[in-house]
Design a protein around this ligand. Structure first.
Ligand SMILES: *Cc1c(COP(=O)(O)O)cnc(C)c1O
Length: 226
């Protein structure tokens, strides 16, 4: 077994254990392997161990990998900040974007999504715990942005993404995740058919799953230190 294969199995076991503890079905939680800074061969090793969903932060680096591995049936998620001048690359190469936090970026992605590809699957990044310097829309502006994004023709709004500040205790982590879950349910109650809550990383995976995460994003625990 390769180290990546062993690590993947450990992470999968942790997801199953967290689901069991929360009384949830492990099939409800997708593992996104965050491969940023690692090369195509690392992605290939994870694919050989059964992993198909990958998360990337840096657009040009990701496009190189996506192009090199285009013969594999992989699903690519953009989870990093997107500048206006990078939207075309994202629209042409990714399957998902988790980091929508401005309407302008969403509009450009919709306009630039090629006709021969299915709609770009997107989540809105929400700044739940109010970190001043962080990206993500504020909870007060979320509903308007979500309604506007949902109306764009070449995007399909799937849910929310959060990157909370590191917290000391399990209770603190769970409180932030619970706020995200509440915002998610409020949007659903407004009629948006959302099914994806992208929250939880290596350190807070169990807390996120306990509060309703449907997608956890894990890098270091699979690929090693960056
Ligand atoms: C890097 C990154 C991750 C993965 O973090 P690890 O600590 O390596 O598991 C998850 N989400 C986002 C948005 C990231 O940028």
């Amino acid at each position: 077994m390769t180290m990546i294969e062993i690590n993947l199995q450990t992470v999968r076991d942790r997801i199953v254990a967290a689901c069991k503890a929360a009384g949830r079905n492990p099939a409800e939680v997708t593992l996104l392997a965050v491969s940023k800074t690692f090369g195509a061969e690392a992605v290939q090793a994870a694919y050989a161990a059964g992993q198909t969903a990958f998360g990337e932060n840096y657009i040009q680096e990701a496009v190189d990998k996506i192009t090199a591995l285009r013969d594999l049936p992989l699903v690519w998620h953009c989870i990093g900040p997107i500048q206006s001048n990078k939207t075309r690359l994202v629209a042409e190469h990714f399957d998902w974007v988790h980091s929508i936090d401005r309407l302008k970026i969403a509009q450009r992605l919709s306009e630039q999504r090629p006709e021969h590809l299915p709609p770009l699957q997107v989540c809105i990044q929400v700044n739940v715990d109010g970190g001043e310097t962080k990206s993500g829309v504020s909870p007060t502006d979320l509903s308007d942005l979500a309604q506007a994004v949902a109306a764009l023709p070449r995007l399909q709004l799937r849910g929310l993404m959060t990157i909370p500040e590191p917290a000391e205790t399990d209770a603190q982590m769970r409180a932030v995740h619970r706020q995200a879950k509440n915002l998610f349910e409020q949007l659903r109650a407004q009629g948006l058919p959302l099914d994806t809550l992208s929250m939880g990383m290596s350190a807070d995976m169990a807390a996120a799953i306990a509060e309703g995460s449907t997608m956890v994003r894990v890098g270091t625990a699979i690929f090693g230190k960056r």
